[in-house]
Ligand binder design. Structure first.
Ligand code: SF4
Length: 366
């Protein structure tokens, strides 16, 4: 809540948000969840300012960045009384059970079928009240059931049925004003509906960082577009690879074995060689015979190695941060810059980097 108040105090109007830089918006968004939402909100604010007012048709509301099908329908119906049906998780559950529909709600066919059904039920004169009522009915009466079946029966291709309807129907159905017309209640399907197809297995990724300290500064870069944490800052990334894809298949198993389980990894050793040779700005440069065994007063020193497992919606990230101090200023790859270590709080950073800094700055237990 405090984070939200801080954000709203800084950007009290859509104009204030539209005028801000992305760096400023991302920095103030820290603690408020997915950064893509902050970027979308910022972009949408600019769209609204350019338009001169908040869009007031379903089509124009849908063009706002970050506004998907559900949000557009909710804004259009509740704010402008436009007759567009909302379909959120609660609505899917109510419709699937009441009509006994076992089309998976996360399939393309299911989405179309439920959207059309919801739209056909919507009273044109009172879309806001109806939409709010059906969402509330799902949230308060037609509740999810713990452990409810989410797969179709392999043999029949239909949702699994319970044999003893009255025994197995959840208690909330007994007090439901719609139970006399509800297909799922009559047929013992309440615990089996709605149906979802198997969810995608998260992708596993190994990301290894070199946190280089030089004269009170550290090397960071802003993450590029087209990947997670776009626009956020991170230390020098020396290894980034998918070690298991969405289908659960192992990738680069040999390379991953060498680099993930062994420390220092081969990628890190290559980086350290390049650093010693002043070639860090050109990581593809051929390395001369390794100088790793030769330590002298100017050799970089590794002073810490931290490992984390960070779980995101569709990814599991195994991360490693190697902390290194050097008295010789390394030349960095082009996109990296030096910033004062004590000014890192002025940069928007991913939660993973934040976790590392918390660990790094933890007081040493005696
Ligand atoms: S009877 Fe049960 S499953 Fe059917 S609508 Fe009511 S609460 Fe939902």
């Amino acid at each position: 809540m405090d984070y939200w108040v801080r954000f709203m105090n800084r950007f009290p109007t859509v104009e204030a948000l539209a005028k801000a830089t992305e760096d400023e918006v991302l920095l103030l968004w820290q603690g408020l969840g997915y950064y893509s939402r902050a970027r979308n909100l910022h972009h949408a604010a600019k769209q609204i300012v350019q338009l001169g007012h908040f869009p007031n048709t379903h089509e124009t509301i849908s063009t706002l960045k970050g506004v998907g099908t559900y949000t557009a329908a909710a804004i259009a119906s509740i704010a402008f009384n436009i007759p567009v049906a909302v379909v959120d998780g609660n609505v899917y559950r109510v419709l699937a059970r009441f009509f006994g529909i076992d089309t998976p709600i996360n399939s393309t066919e299911g989405k179309k079928q439920f959207a059309a059904l919801a739209q056909s039920l919507l009273p044109q004169h009172e879309p806001a009240r109806y939409n709010e009522a059906i969402m509330d009915f799902g949230a308060l009466q037609c509740l999810p059931v713990k452990g409810e079946t989410s797969k179709l029966n392999n043999k029949t291709g239909k949702a699994n049925k319970c044999n003893h309807v009255s025994d197995l129907a959840p208690a909330f159905c007994n007090s439901c004003p719609l139970n006399s017309q509800c297909v799922a209640f009559a047929q013992g399907l309440v615990r089996s509906l709605p149906v979802k197809t198997k969810l995608v297995t998260p992708k596993k990724r190994q990301m290894s960082y070199l946190y280089i300290r030089y004269g009170g500064d550290v090397a960071i870069r802003k993450r590029p577009a087209g990947d997670i944490w776009q626009g956020l800052w991170e230390p020098l990334l020396f290894q980034d690879e998918v070690i298991e894809d969405n289908k659960g298949e192992k990738k680069h198993s040999k390379r991953a074995k060498n680099s993930v389980k062994q420390f220092p990894s081969s990628q890190l050793l290559t980086y350290l060689d390049l650093l010693a040779e002043g070639q860090l700005d050109n990581p593809s440069a051929p390395s001369s015979p390794s100088k790793r065994g030769i330590q002298n007063a100017t050799s970089p020193t590794i002073i810490g190695n931290f490992a984390f497992k960070h779980v995101l919606t569709h990814r599991i990230i195994k991360a490693q941060f190697v902390v290194m101090e050097t008295v010789v200023k390394p030349s960095l790859p082009a996109e990296y810059i030096w910033v004062a270590e004590n000014s890192l709080s002025h940069y928007a950073i991913p939660r993973l980097f934040e976790l590392f800094l918390e660990k790094l700055n933890e007081p040493i237990k005696t």
